[in-house]
Design a protein around this ligand. Sequence first.
Ligand code: ATP
Ligand code: MG
Ligand code: MG
Ligand code: MG
Length: 470
Amino acid sequence: MLSGNDIRQKFIEFFKEKEHKHYESASLIPDDPTLLLTVAGMVPFKPFFLGQKEAPTPRVTTHQKCIRTNDLENVGRTARHHTFFEMLGNFSFGDYFKEESIAWSWEFVTDVLGLDKDKMWISVFTTDDEAERIWNEKCGVPMERIVRLGEEDNWWSAGPVGSCGPCSEIHVDLGPEYGGDENSKLGDPGTDDRFIEIWNLVFTEWNRMEDGSLEPLPKKNIDTGAGLERVAAMVQKKANNFETDLLFPILEEAGRLTDTKYRASEKSDFSLKVITDHIRAITFLINDGVLPSNEGRGYVLRRIIRRAVRHGRLLGTKENFLNVLVDKVVEIMGGAYPEIRTNKEHIQKMVRIEEEKFSHTLDQGMNIVNEEIEKAIEAGEKKLSGEVTFKLYDTYGFPYELTEEICEEKGVEVTHAEFLEKMEEQKERARSAREVVKEKGQDTFIEEFFDKHGKTQFTGYTEHSTKAKI
Ligand code: ATP
Ligand code: MG
Ligand code: MG
Ligand code: MG
């Protein structure tokens, strides 16, 4: 059976044989001020897709490290979403188009990977007769298993105007035990966990004008992305990405470190999966130069570390285990990404520091959150006010999301808007304090004030809900 590492390599070889140039994965920190993190394989090539720069070579293939914070809540809840994952991709900049792109992806999944043709479902955009014809006539996919989907799933655009085009996706049907019944089709309600999207092909062929009309692009592009972990799950006949050889050894090690058996309970499995997912994101973020902080990428990292630590606590461990788990990630992925081997000690050190810091915060904060929850329940309220959630954050460094998660578990309500309101009020106070200080000329006070309350705008909460946009 093919390993995850084999699949990555076979993909690259397959497209190299088809005259693609192989580029190494770009950093998770994109060379693009509008984007926080690399969310897809096409990100490093965005200027070519938008026609801002001429591509140095017309055909490219990569395995790209990606992070999607918009999928954070899905981790461990679905079988197929991660924060960190690898996207396998082939790209054409004004070179080949739909015909080749579709035929090659089909050849790869059926011939090279040997996936069962009868379990494949294809989606095409509502009006894309051409893609439908190629799937049917050239690849032999029966019409019953080609489904037309609308803009939400099968249309790509960089923005309201500019390059855009239809998509087509390859899905694998896991069967009725994962949703629906014998007659269900791809796209039917309640079948999201059954039809697994493994590969997305984007055909960038239109230019959206200011008036909303579409004009054909002079140079048409291909941008495809297949999630390595999902493909591995399908090849290795696992209904869950976490059971593939890319992730399972990490999960087992997390189990060993926290003295938890896989499949002991749904709740502990959820925690194990979160930890397994997060440690990969943590390793690669630090490897690419991110450090825990209170804003931007640093906050994403901090939040992911803290979440993983908390799930360790839920499993009953008070030890600093995350830094140890980095070893396993390096063992599995150090071949494809040798730099994590070189940086391992630094990564472990940074994880340990943050783990220790947060363990302390947790001990303190947990008691207070629980007290506040009890107080609220006793008062017959079942709700924590913005004042309380903000105090927890501001005085005890307890992340809002954690308060929210704990409250959810206990059936106590919290409102994000109220929390943000308190945050705004504090900022306002900081501004007026600054004015006063300016008048009095007490510079050191400013330093101290900002040391305590942070001087940069805090963006973590808005990122949390923003969909990853390309
Ligand atoms: P989904 O609908 O399952 O959330 P998507 O349509 O958002 O996936 P794309 O943006 O099309 O995903 O990304 C291309 C491919 O990357 C997907 O077909 C899938 O194989 C993989 N992928 C996307 N998001 C994730 C994720 N969070 N974790 C793992 N793989 C992912
Ligand atoms: Mg998605
Ligand atoms: Mg999708
Ligand atoms: Mg998709």
